[in-house]
Design a protein around this ligand. Structure first.
Ligand code: ADP
Length: 501
């Protein structure tokens, strides 16, 4: 357990003593087999929050063994869906009770705005758990009348031992996007949180035990991607890896799966989301939505609306208002209720975003506002807007994962559709217009897994989420996400018509 004591955060918020810093395997908090630990840092000030057990291949082996035993002979896959659902409901209640503490952990570990964590991220995790808890007793197969004298039925069985690999930008929500449907399906699992944000995941492990989830069902191994994460992907006894992260690492995950036991893989990867704003849009609403789309969570979100296409009739007015609004966004301590934007997650990402800002300047885009760092410590970057960007520039085609918005002008619907699709990604797109025909025409033509019309970032557990093209495959959320964690077995038997049977 952590050794640092309770301390005062900013804005009068007390940062509680960090309680959980060890690996959670088979229902126990344990040191890593090597005894190694790593530091997790506060991106507000670059200070070490605490040290956390560094899991590696041997720890993954031990977690997979626990998950396999819980699958092969434990209660979780064998109990009724109704019972699993009740335990998941209790788990959700416990998270709700500890919402403030969990939000603090994600704020200090991830630099996320505290009030958003507390009022959006954590309630969304609770919602996810309850949604899939309600679905756990509605998993059933079909009865089939086959050719001739045969009948069949299908059984839906837990897929097996699942590896969930989670990124750092939404440590709580993405934990439960993955874990909730897998729990409902009766699977057992190992979660590998991102090395930048291990703290809330370990807290969730503790609450899982309190809720009554049997030992071995939900294991959490903290550690690095190239060691613990890679070991999970190449493990011969893991049946599926469900991954959210970068496209580059997604490729490694698939390769490892192919080279080991051909485990199932689902990938939710990067994006370069276009937001298309037509002349008839309400200007204030459009500017507001576009800033939220590009700057929410400091741009560290795979669906960030980083390419904003504005029709020529409102372009100039849009630019003027956008610059004004970006300048008024407050960057600073995410515990402060006045602040819109906290620090980037770590030094590597901070430097990457600054590098992209330099690329933008050098490639001929016009920097309208921002582009600089803020403060003398921590990883703060000004909300940045470029104009005159095109899809061949690095800032127009790569996922930056920072508060950088690129503005582009267009004339016709056809041009907007073509430009929106000029990307290898296809996670989401946004459209702002009051013209229903335009909205639906563009929705059908843009290649992306989610289309938001006159809104942005609307997520709901019932709404499938995932990519087209190189943004990945295998939807998260929605009822169908449970199918990712199920195997379908066909059972066939004759029905004899002979009179003596
Ligand atoms: P980002 O670029 O957003 O940091 P990554 O794709 O690098 O995203 O990381 C997302 C998750 O993938 C993290 O939990 C990280 O530890 C893990 N990861 C990184 N490299 C690998 C790898 N080679 N194999 C498996 N997991 C990895």
């Amino acid at each position: 357990m952590g050794s640092n004591s309770e301390s005062n955060g900013s804005a009068g918020i007390k940062i509680p003593k960090i309680q959980f810093t060890k690996l959670f395997i088979n229902g126990q908090f344990v040191d890593s087999i090597s005894g190694k630990t790593f530091e997790t840092k506060d991106p507000r000030n670059e200070e070490v929050i605490t040290v956390v057990a560094e899991g590696d291949k041997d720890d993954i082996d031990s977690a997979v063994k626990a998950a396999r035993t819980a699958l092969d002979s434990g209660a979780w896959p064998r109990m009724s869906g109704y019972e699993r659902g009740r335990i998941m409901m209790k788990y959700a209640d416990l998270i709700e009770e500890h919402a403030e503490e969990l939000a603090i952990l994600d704020t200090i570990d991830g630099g996320k705005v505290f009030s958003i964590c507390k009022n959006i991220d954590i309630p969304h995790t609770v919602h996810l758990l309850r949604y899939y808890a309600g679905a756990a007793d509605k998993i059933h197969g079909e009865t089939l009348k086959l050719l001739g004298e045969f009948q069949g039925y299908t059984l839906k069985e837990p897929l097996g031992v699942i590896g969930h690999i989670i990124p750092w930008n939404f440590p709580s929500t993405l934990f439960f996007v993955k874990v909730s449907p897998a729990l409902a399906a009766g699977c057992t699992m190992i979660v590998k949180p991102a090395e930048q944000t291990p703290l809330s995941a370990l807290y969730y492990a503790h609450l899982a035990k309190q809720a009554g989830i049997p030992d071995g069902v939900l294991n959490v191994v903290t550690g690095f991607g190239s060691t613990a994460g890679a070991a999970l992907c190449s493990h011969m006894d893991v049946d599926k890896v469900s991954f959210t992260g970068s496209t580059e690492v997604g490729r490694l995950v698939m390769e490892a799966a192919a080279k080991s036991n051909l485990k199932h893989v689902s990938l939710e990867l990067g994006g370069k989301t276009p937001l298309i704003i037509f002349d008839d849009a309400d200007l204030d609403m459009a500017v507001n939505l576009s800033q939220n789309a590009a700057f929410f969570n400091k741009g560290e979100i795979c669906v960030a609306g980083s390419r904003v296409y504005v029709q020529e009739g409102i372009y100039d007015a849009f630019v003027e208002k956008s610059v004004e609004m970006a300048k008024s966004r407050v960057v600073g301590d995410p515990f402060n209720s006045e602040v819109h934007q906290g620090p980037q997650i770590d030094k590597k990402q901070f430097e990457k975003v600054l590098k992209y800002i330099e690329y933008g300047k050098n490639e001929g885009a016009t920097l309208l506002t921002g582009g600089k760092t803020c403060g003398d410590k921590g990883y703060f970057i000004e909300p940045t807007i470029f104009a005159d960007v095109n899809e061949n520039m690095k800032i127009g085609k790569d996922e930056i994962f920072g508060p950088v918005l690129s503005l582009m002008k267009f004339k016709t619907i056809e041009e907007a559709i073509e430009k929106a699709n000029a990307t290898r990604y296809g996670l989401a797109a946004g459209i702002i217009t009051n013209n229903l025909n335009i909205a639906h025409r563009v929705s059908r033509s843009v290649q992306a897994g989610t289309i938001w019309i006159n809104c942005f970032f609307v997520f709901d557990p019932s709404c499938p989420f995932g990519g087209y093209k190189m943004s990945g495959f295998g939807k998260d959320q929605g009822l169908d996400a449970i199918e990712k964690y199920l195997n379908v077995k066909s059972i066939i038997t004759p029905i004899y018509s002979s009179p003596w049977l």
